[in-house]
Design a protein around this ligand. Structure first.
Ligand SMILES: [Zn+2]
Length: 172
């Protein structure tokens, strides 16, 4: 399933025609996201669905990605899965944006055409926490790493001192 993705999207036309669009974008091509990533391999999968609900033009979408972020607590690389859905109301003015249903965020039609990439990147940026951290206590993980280092280099002569050290660390 490989189809050419449009680079730019005519929001009004897509909504009028009720177009659906899905695909994949390489994370390395999203320039604003780069600062957040410790590694930019991988891609983001997206599915977009444009429609008209009465007079309101809408875009419903979902994105899925696995980002590599740096834990702000232990500074290790961690996988950060993102799977989010969003609802956008396509509007021309801020006044119009204020009339959107509560669960819709505005997507402003600018003077220039909007890049598909920018829509996806914006949603990704909204999903990345300002201070990403391991959910479980990351210092436990770090301690485990310390143990394996000790394990790999047993002190010469007295193997029991290593065991004693291990036990002590394990009890903490
Ligand atoms: Zn951590």
């Amino acid at each position: 399933m490989s189809h050419q993705l449009p680079k730019y999207i005519d929001l009004v036309l897509f909504a009028e025609k009720g177009r659906d669009l899905d695909g994949e974008i390489q994370l390395s091509t999203l320039s604003r996201l780069q600062d957040m990533l410790i590694e930019n391999s991988g891609s983001v999968n997206f599915a977009l669905s444009f429609a008209k609900q009465g007079r309101l033009m809408v875009l419903h979408g979902s994105i899925k990605a696995m980002l590599k972020l740096q834990c702000q607590s232990c500074l290790q690389i961690m996988d950060w899965p993102i799977h989010t859905t969003f609802k956008l109301g396509i509007v021309a003015t801020m006044d119009e944006a204020n009339t959107l249903p509560d669960d819709y965020d505005p997507l402003l039609i600018g003077e220039e055409k909007i890049a598909l990439k920018d829509i996806i990147e914006e949603e990704l940026l909204l999903s990345v926490p300002a201070f990403p951290k391991h959910e479980t206590n990351c210092f436990t993980l770090r301690q485990k790493n310390d143990i394996s280092t000790i394990d790999a280099q047993p002190a010469p002569g007295n193997p029991f001192s290593v065991l004693a050290k291990l036990k002590k660390t394990g009890e903490k």
